[in-house]
Design a protein around this ligand. Structure first.
Ligand code: SF4
Ligand code: SF4
Ligand code: SF4
Length: 360
């Protein structure tokens, strides 16, 4: 019978995002590093959705409610499970995947020792597993000013509308850039750039992972992110969004699947693509530098946009000195599908790998 850490790996692999086995077994090293044995055992009984209170989990596991409550709270403080506070202050807990989930919540616990394990697991586990995936969980949100006026623009395509739909905001360091910098290879783009909202913001603030910010500051940070050439991303769902990531092509683990490992479908493109007016373009090369996914190249002194690589972020258009780049809305046939909510998205992602979500 597999040991408890192997069973925990299998359980995390039940998520549509996966937690695949590797030949080296580095994923088991990670789990042993993060979870005490009794915590790993508890994980085998937790469910991803809906969150459950301690009494229900205690009943199912046969554990003492008070002691279990303490352990679950401690695990949630260490970013191993998600904790929600109900209006009457009762705590609810849920299993979370490795990515987006446990790994991101290790933001304050990164060490030279564990980042080696995380980087190794990304290369040996996540990259091969994602290589042929056809549906990523993250969707690009274009620079808003570049799509304003488009009649087809949807609320989920406007960062301003996403911000307006929330009342509590948190910002945290970007773990992709932080980990890359610790490994001696990160870029110097804006670090405090990961934004969360609502219950996710509560969790980030209460766990000391991020700081609370006002709506105005959230808008300012998004502006700075655009100036710095970072791509806005969020879940590929039209409903309530829990976060906006601001990603660079060099450090971002999600974009790396596109830029470094050649799977353009690892991230869901926006419904726009960039086109260029060759008459007014001076071939200055600014857009080549701005594009995080190498979709613009210089060819015989001309800059050329590769529509097949373009993920529709709008960063090139926002800094073109001659305003030669326009973001064009895709035809209905080309448009990237969007799902009603996070659950529907995960169910669709699970279909690719035969994983049902939520699972018991
Ligand atoms: S997904 Fe993007 S913003 Fe989020 S942690 Fe990675 S690079 Fe940073
Ligand atoms: S930034 Fe504008 S002017 Fe410069 S190369 Fe790109 S499209 Fe041409
Ligand atoms: S060409 Fe590059 S920078 Fe411009 S919209 Fe496409 S992905 Fe973004």
């Amino acid at each position: 019978m597999p040991n408890v850490y192997e069973r925990l790996r299998e359980r995390l692999d039940m998520f549509p995002q996966g937690f695949p086995k590797t030949e080296s077994g580095v994923e088991l090293e990670i789990l042993q590093h993060l979870f005490a044995l009794d915590e790993a055992e508890i994980m085998l009984h937790l469910r991803p959705f809906p969150p459950e209170n301690v009494a229900d989990i205690a009943e199912r596991t046969g554990k003492d409610k008070t002691e279990l409550g303490r352990t679950l709270y401690d695990m949630s403080k260490r970013g191993l499970i998600m904790r929600y506070t109900a209006p009457e202050n009762e705590l609810y807990y849920a299993l979370i995947p490795w990515i987006v989930g446990i790994w991101e919540l290790q933001l304050k616990n990164l060490t030279q020792e564990n980042i080696k394990l995380y980087e190794k697991y990304f290369e040996e586990g996540m990259v091969p597993a994602q290589r042929n995936r056809k549906l990523g969980g993250l969707r690009v949100i274009p620079v808003e000013q570049e799509i304003e006026g488009s009649t087809e623009i949807q609320p989920y395509e406007k960062v301003s509308q996403i911000i307006e739909s929330h009342t509590r905001f948190a910002v945290a360091d970007c773990i992709c850039r932080k980990e890359s910098r610790m490994a001696g290879k990160g870029c110097d783009k804006l670090l405090e750039a990961c934004m969360s909202f609502g219950a996710s913001a509560d969790f980030y603030i209460e766990n000391g992972l991020g700081r609370e910010i006002s709506k105005e500051e959230a808008k300012e940070i998004l502006g700075k992110a655009e100036e710095d050439g970072l791509i806005h991303c969020s879940t590929n769902s039209a409903g309530n969004k829990a976060f906006i990531c601001n990603c660079c092509g060099c450090c971002c683990k999600s974009l790396a699947h596109v830029t470094k490992y050649g799977n353009p479908q690892a991230i869901v493109r926006s419904n726009y693509y960039a086109t260029k007016n060759q008459e007014t373009c001076t071939n200055c090369g600014t857009c080549v530098e701005r594009c995080q996914v190498n979709a613009i190249r210089s060819e015989n002194d001309y800059t050329v946009i590769d529509k097949d690589r373009c993920i529709g972020c709008g960063l090139c258009a926002s800094t073109c000195p001659t305003e030669s780049i326009t973001m064009v809305h895709k035809s209905p046939q080309e448009a990237s599908p969007i799902f009603s909510g996070g659950k529907a998205l995960l169910q669709e992602m699970g279909k690719e790998t035969g994983k049902a979500y939520p699972f018991e």
